[in-house]
Design a protein around this ligand. Structure first.
Ligand code: ADP
Length: 363
């Protein structure tokens, strides 16, 4: 940058001091960005690499000076990032293998920057993944270790006849109920651990007519005549997936509807087609859920009222299991609810998960 020709010596000096200050600030900024632990790559509108920091060399495998000016998508063509870069998606990409660093996983995002430029940011999340793995293993191991002693305690409690020790009958009843509850929590934790570590399922036909009939029977058994239970099945479709896991998810929703709907309320189980596939809904006229809780309901042990959940036999893990099962089937859970007005839990299944109902001809 040159000072204007007409400038006086004083103006010229001031101009030069300012220019030096700006240049020094720019250098500082660039040095700071160079040292960031996250990879930063500055791209022009055609995805040519304009600048990158040291972490980008390490994590993305870029080399200077030869990679300045290359098209990033072509440079990383053999990596898992290639499709994402080509599609120009704005959604961050999670858990992708680092092209420059074996055994590391990245979280990558693209931010619009300046005039049609873009900033690619990549963060090494390997240590987070390792911690997550430690957490998962810990929960699975503890649950597994608790299973046997609990079974033994429960077994002995069942052996004692309350009539032999009438003074302890209420205590015995409570002990049995609590040991059963603990057993259920352990079983749910083990189911969750299995679902979390599973990345795909063995697809099988899941005939919906018998499954819906079973789910309805379970609801009636749990309700003991306290609710009006209706089944509306018009989808004429079976599902493709894991029969055991889908049964667990679909019946969890029905069990919640029964447990969180006061006596006299009604529950509708619906299986119907939509333009995007088919939906399984459970609609109740129960207590409902305030909007502030909706986003967190599928977290483990998240409850609106612990006492209501406990008293109705809940473990606080049901919706978490539902979410994991649906994820494995590329399906989504949507919840609509308002306090006092009841709730609707809907599972959305895409066309790829639907099969025409079994005619029974196959042998
Ligand atoms: P829980 O075993 O406690 O029922 P879930 O994971 O199945 O655990 O559900 C989490 C929480 O969501 C419940 O504790 C309850 O507060 C709320 N909830 C779930 N289903 C319903 C429903 N149909 N109506 C009202 N609240 C519900």
């Amino acid at each position: 940058m040159a000072a204007p020709a007409s400038a006086s010596p004083l103006q010229h000096d001031r101009f030069m001091t300012r220019s030096r200050r700006i240049a020094s600030s720019l250098r500082d900024l660039r040095n700071a960005a160079s040292q960031l632990p996250d990879a930063v790559v500055l791209l022009d509108q055609d995805q040519h690499v304009r600048w990158f920091n040291h972490a980008a060399e390490d994590l993305l495998g870029l080399r200077r000076p030869k990679d300045r000016g290359v098209v990033l998508q072509q440079r990383l063509a053999t990596s898992d990032l290639s499709d994402w870069l080509r599609d120009g998606t704005r959604e961050p990409l999670n858990d992708v293998a680092a092209p420059g660093h074996a055994n590391s996983q990245l979280n990558v995002s693209m931010l619009p920057f300046g005039r049609r430029q873009q900033l690619l940011l990549a963060r090494d999340i390997s240590h987070l993944n390792r911690l997550e793995q430690v957490r998962r293993d810990f929960v699975a191991n503890v649950s597994h270790e608790l299973r046997t002693p609990l079974t033994v305690i429960h077994g002995y409690l069942e052996l004692i006849d309350p009539e032999d020790v009438p003074e302890l009958a209420p205590v015995l009843g409570e002990m049995r109920a609590q040991s059963k509850r603990m057993g259920q929590i352990v079983e749910d934790l083990l189911a969750l651990s299995r679902l979390e570590t599973q990345h795909q399922i063995v697809d099988e036909r899941v005939p919906m007519a018998p499954l819906l009939a079973t789910v309805r029977k379970e609801a009636e058994a749990l309700s003991q005549g306290r609710h009006k239970i209706t089944l509306e099945s018009t989808a004429e479709a079976d599902l493709l997936g894991s029969p055991k896991d889908l049964h667990s998810a679909l019946s969890n929703l029905v069990s919640n509807a029964v447990r969180y709907t006061p006596t006299g309320g009604s529950i509708t189980i619906r299986w119907q087609r939509t333009p995007d596939g088919a939906v399984y809904s459970v609609i109740d006229t129960g207590f409902g859920i305030p909007a502030t809780h909706l986003a967190r309901l599928t977290e483990r042990f998240y409850r609106i009222s612990s006492s209501r959940s406990r008293d109705s036999g809940g473990t606080g893990l049901g919706l978490s299991i539902v979410k994991h099962v649906l994820n494995l089937h590329q399906a989504q859970l949507r919840i609509e609810s308002a306090p006092g007005a009841g709730s609707t839990f809907t599972c959305h299944f895409g066309h790829a998960r639907l099969l025409p109902p079994d005619s029974g001809d196959e042998s």
